[in-house]
Design a protein around this ligand. Structure first.
Ligand code: VGL
Ligand code: ZN
Length: 231
């Protein structure tokens, strides 16, 4: 379906993922060009019948932060293997980490710089977006002991409730934009597809972390393979 028609369609929603200060240039987890998409997203927010925002929202000392582990740096991985080997020191018990990593995709957690800590400036949604157009803001990643990339499920599989809300509103199509295209927008697109929404992923209105290498290409290829409309 064309974007202009989707915007007028009461059964379609624009979901703007994590367009926050920390993901834009100068932020704690800056995505190159992350600010370039704000104007385009604003225009769509003004056109769509249904708009939902998400906000990555972490407590201090979150399980996804490299700073929560001795000897770990941002953009390193925390794997089930190394935790099972007993070599990781942190405030989290080994048992908790093992249980967590067993339940998350690929049994690993990417370790990030501290970002989107609730109530900090970097956590704020870019103020140039017409935030008042959104029917609600879904906060995700709030649990200290679980990361959440997708707007639909936390990384351990716990539903956020978004699918239920969309179905109750008779929304069956979702248009995804925001940051980052290879993490939260990508995981949201994959889950929306699993939840049998028609999914449109706008690659011009997202930007990429690009870690690990080629994560952009991998994400786009996988989405196309499963039948997501990548425009
Ligand atoms: C995101 C990494 C960590 C994202 C959030 O919004 O894509 N990426 N937290
Ligand atoms: Zn995060």
């Amino acid at each position: 379906m064309k974007l202009a028609d989707l915007a007028k369609d009461k059964t379609a929603a624009l979901i703007v993922i994590d367009q926050q200060i920390d993901f834009e240039p100068g932020g704690a987890l800056a995505v190159a060009g992350g600010d370039e998409i704000v104007l385009g997203i604003s225009k769509l927010m003004n056109e769509f019948q249904n708009v939902i925002l998400t906000q990555d929202s972490h407590p201090k000392g979150h399980i996804s932060f490299a700073s929560s582990y001795e000897g770990k740096k941002p953009f390193e991985l925390l794997t089930l293997k190394e935790v099972e080997a007993g070599s990781i020191r942190s405030k989290f018990s080994n048992e908790l980490l093992v249980n967590y990593l067993k339940r998350v995709p690929h049994q690993l957690q990417v370790l990030w710089p501290d970002h989107c800590v609730t109530e900090t400036n970097g956590w704020k949604i870019n103020p140039n977006l017409p935030i008042e157009k959104a029917s609600f803001i879904l906060k995700k990643g709030m649990r200290l002991e679980c990361d959440s990339y997708s707007a639909f499920f936390e990384n351990d599989g716990t539903p956020t409730g978004l699918s239920k809300i969309l179905r109750e509103k008779k929304i069956n199509k979702v248009v995804l934009v925001g940051l980052a295209g290879d993490y939260c927008v990508y995981w949201s697109a994959e889950d929306a597809h699993k939840e049998v929404f028609e999914v449109i992923y706008l690659q011009n209105l997202t930007r990429f972390v690009n870690f690990p290498e080629n994560s952009k290409e991998k994400a786009l290829t996988h989405l196309r393979e499963i039948g997501v409309q990548v425009d």
